[in-house]
Design a protein around this ligand. Sequence first.
Ligand SMILES: [Cu+2]
Length: 68
Amino acid sequence: MEKIDMNIEGMHCGACATGIQMLTSQLDGVGSAFVDYDKKQGTFEFDPAKITKEKIIEEIGTLGFKAS
Ligand SMILES: [Cu+2]
């Protein structure tokens, strides 16, 4: 498992953070996801053999948020 921290732009409340957390934690290859609304950051643990950082960013993008 690889662990990454990302900055996430566009969240306007705690529910946004929860939504991102729910979506990403369901992705195949993602072990855990934690999104902190106050810090505008997310921490993701994922298996690089199954999913890439770029794919996680893309999925977060489908919800209307910009991760980097
Ligand atoms: Cu919100």
